[in-house]
Ligand binder design. Structure first.
Ligand SMILES: *[C@@H]1O[C@H](CO)[C@@H](O)[C@H](O)[C@H]1NC(C)=O
Ligand SMILES: *[C@@H]1O[C@H](CO)[C@@H](O)[C@H](O)[C@H]1NC(C)=O
Ligand SMILES: *[C@@H]1O[C@H](CO)[C@@H](O)[C@H](O)[C@H]1NC(C)=O
Ligand SMILES: *[C@@H]1O[C@H](CO)[C@@H](O)[C@H](O)[C@H]1NC(C)=O
Length: 506
């Protein structure tokens, strides 16, 4: 029994999941684990999981905190001294390493913000797996707008990442010395792979380059792998990496848990990913509701960044097409129209809102319980996260996963990746706003051609089936950008909650 308890991933992960899922959904979790490993091992894992769950659930019922004292007092499961417990992660029984003939080494430099990189890392691991190469731990973008100097291991648990995937692909923290020297001498090949490619592109175009140069560097990673048309094993592996191998560092997870605990003590909460930040507005050219000084500031900023290529933008036209993030004022109207309780806690998952308090006035008037990480935590708690926007984003990611409702005001990378992750956790409610429809309704309401009741009922009706419930991805052949994004709805890896329990590891 004791051995079984110890053989599971890590205590921390379990705790997180218990909290993530809440009581009623615990049973489903074991089925939502995605895996491609030999069946026997995973059957053992499954049995272990059930047993562990029994322990965990009862433990959680005993008390909220996961302290060693509590664990010690749980005879059937954790009868050893706490010292042993702290060493659990080191003793985890890992899947056996996959043995394969190594075709070479793949280095990757991710580009973009945290969530774009998260999806890219999943793609790159899956590609490395199917090319039978060795992957070097991905390098994160330090030069994007966010300018975050964090390395992979500052954000993700790198050892867990490497070991939990070892039955699929070999991942190293750095190149072996001999090859490192070669790379330092410039003897490697660097290229951006063609975006939205299928696996045959990687096998037929990329693999020969790896074999020729031994070390290949992919210097761009966003959306390099197609949403669709890939073998289901690859889709499932992308999920396994995303939902299982990529864990934030314990420091980030701990702070995330703290924020969630503070929120939960006061009841349910909604996370609003209010993407009304300066970079978003400058980049998109969306200036609805800004004064002329602000418009000029945003335009100057857009021209200053060479990689924001689209320079002349008609803000109002773009807004009418639904291509702008909702403003805080529009968001207030929409949340009210949707019937969101005025007194619910609304956690703003975002950086600084452009225009500050002035722009937040109507939202704060409609929903007085607005909070953010800075108001829930002490400045000292966030000290180490300051100037590390990706670590801040990771904290918001965790809180977003756990919220009762998640509402993004723009369909950026965070909105999409969080939506997909919430689907995986049991189709938790995510409201995908139909911005094109909404801005037109808002304009009609504001000019008096719609009454409040008409406005509200139209908004409700239009969103009745945009709540993150199960459906299949929209596929648009030859137009990958118009398709549903794989990570927003990885339906190959999800199972309907009312389906009879079936195992995903066979
Ligand atoms: C990768 O290795 C497997 C055996 O582990 C083999 O079946 C497959 O053909 C290899 N693929 C490539 C692209 O080398
Ligand atoms: C990636 O590599 C190619 C070829 O070496 C180069 O032309 C391109 O500028 C690089 N891109 C980035 C983003 O570094
Ligand atoms: C992969 O993409 C290429 C074009 O990039 C296409 O010709 C081929 O049919 C695709 N293969 C599969 C299996 O979808
Ligand atoms: C963060 O950066 C700002 C300016 O870039 C600097 O003034 C501040 O001291 C930095 N804070 C920390 C905690 O490093």
């Amino acid at each position: 029994m004791l051995k079984m308890c110890k053989s599971e991933d890590s205590v921390e992960e379990w705790e997180m999941k218990v909290k993530l899922l809440g009581n009623g959904k615990v049973e489903k979790l074991k089925n939502s684990m995605v895996s491609r490993s030999p069946m026997k091992l995973w059957m053992i894992r499954a049995i272990t999981t059930v047993l562990l769950w029994t322990c965990v659930v009862q433990l959680m019922a005993l008390g909220e905190l996961w302290g060693p004292r509590l664990l010690k007092g749980w005879p059937s499961c954790f009868s050893h001294p706490p010292v042993e417990l702290t060493s659990i992660p080191a003793k985890v029984i890992l899947p056996p390493k996959r043995i394969y003939k190594n075709n070479g080494y793949l280095m990757v430099s991710c580009n973009g913000g945290l969530n774009q990189m998260r999806a890219a890392i999943c793609d790159m691991v899956a590609i490395a797996r199917y090319l039978n190469v060795t992957l070097i731990v991905p390098e994160l973008d330090k030069t994007s707008f966010w300018n975050d100097p964090s390395e992979f291991q500052d954000i993700f648990d790198v050892d867990h990442f490497i070991t939990s995937l070892r039955d699929e692909v070999r991942i190293l923290k750095e190149l072996p010395p001999r090859l490192k020297t070669r790379v330092e001498m410039g003897m490697f090949y660097s290229l951006p792979p063609v975006s939205w490619s299928n696996i045959s592109y990687y096998v037929h175009q990329i693999l020969p380059l790896v074999q020729k140069y031994k070390v290949l560097h992919l210097n761009k990673t966003d959306a390099r792998l197609a949403n669709n048309g890939l073998p289901v094993e690859i889709q499932k592996l992308r999920c396994r990496i995303n939902f299982n191998a990529l864990k934030f560092t314990s420091q980030i997870e701990e702070l995330g848990r703290r924020v969630v605990r503070i929120l939960r003590e006061k009841g349910p909460f909604l996370v609003l990913h209010l993407r009304y930040e300066m970079d978003m507005l400058a980049f998109s050219g969306c200036a609805h509701g800004c004064n002329s000084d602000e418009e000029q500031e945003l335009t100057r900023m857009r021209y200053a960044y060479p990689w924001w290529k689209e320079k002349v933008i008609n803000s109002e036209m773009k807004r009418k097409e639904g291509l702008c993030p909702l403003t805080p004022e529009e968001t207030a109207l929409v949340l009210k129209a949707l019937g969101i309780d005025r007194y619910v806690q609304i956690y703003i998952a975002a950086g600084e809102i452009y225009g500050g308090e002035r722009r937040m006035k109507s939202l704060a008037a409609a929903f007085p319980n607005l909070v953010r990480k800075e108001t829930l935590l002490e400045p000292s708690d966030l000290k180490f996260f300051q100037n590390h926007s990706s670590q801040m984003a990771a904290l918001d990611y965790l809180v977003s996963l756990e919220s009762d409702i998640f509402v993004p005001t723009y369909d950026g990378n965070m909105a999409k990746v969080v939506e997909g992750h919430r689907r995986f956790l049991g189709f938790k409610k995510t409201i995908s706003l139909d911005r094109k429809l909404l801005v037109n309704l808002i304009d009609q309401y504001n000019d008096g051609s719609l009454t409040w009741d008409e406005f509200s009922s139209t908004v409700k009706e239009a969103h009745a089936d945009r709540m993150g419930s199960p459906r299949t991805r929209v596929i648009v052949p030859d137009k990958p950008k118009e398709e549903d994004y794989f990570y927003a709805n990885p339906h190959e890896c999800l199972q309907l909650l009312d389906e009879p329990l079936r195992s995903t590891w066979t």
